[in-house]
Design a protein around this ligand. Structure first.
Ligand code: ZN
Length: 174
């Protein structure tokens, strides 16, 4: 008996760059804690081939067909990266605007030179030392995505121009 799923995997129905994919998913970490989810009624949309989702997930979605479910485990390398100790930095309070608060949990964009801008979160404040962490909150985590491909369509010209998906009908205004 021919298994049609196998045929699809040969590339007849590959998900291609510039298609908008909608997914329902549950994201868990290696402790089994649910970190994020989207259900069929309000699926998550992304523009395929534009690095909008982590590489390990995007690569695993390519051979999938509409209605197919898959459990995809993504290592930090294929996910949000390993924890980088160089991104734990301590700066003096005087580097922040004098007016306005600096509190644990706040996020700041900082220029890191070659790599451009990056979000840093305030982890601790000791005296005038502000300890910042520039790692992605999910860096170092092995993540499991339980996904179902709900729909696939071609991106609209507007979406291609913006470089991201606009949701169900492609006519989100912002
Ligand atoms: Zn847009």
């Amino acid at each position: 008996m021919l298994n049609y799923r196998v045929l699809f995997s040969w590339g007849l129905f590959m998900i291609k760059k510039d298609q908008v994919v909608s997914l329902s998913f549950t994201l868990t970490n290696d402790k089994g804690e649910v970190l994020d989810k989207a259900d069929k009624k309000e699926p998550f949309f992304y523009l395929h081939g534009h690095s909008q989702i982590v590489p390990g997930l995007e690569n695993a979605i390519v051979p999938m067909v509409i209605g197919e479910t898959k459990k995809i485990t993504v290592t930090p390398k294929e996910g949000y990266g390993e924890i980088d100790d160089k991104l734990y930095v301590s700066v003096d309070r005087s580097n922040f605007p004098k007016t306005g608060k600096v509190e644990v949990g706040m996020e700041f964009m900082a220029d890191i030179g070659v790599g451009g801008k990056r979000a840093f979160i305030v982890k601790e404040i000791v005296g005038t030392d502000v300890h910042l962490d520039g790692n992605h909150p999910l860096a170092g985590e092995t993540l499991t995505f339980d996904i179902c491909v709900e729909a696939v369509r071609e991106a609209t010209p507007n979406e291609l121009e913006h470089g991201h998906a606009h949701g169900g009908d492609g006519h989100h205004h912002h």
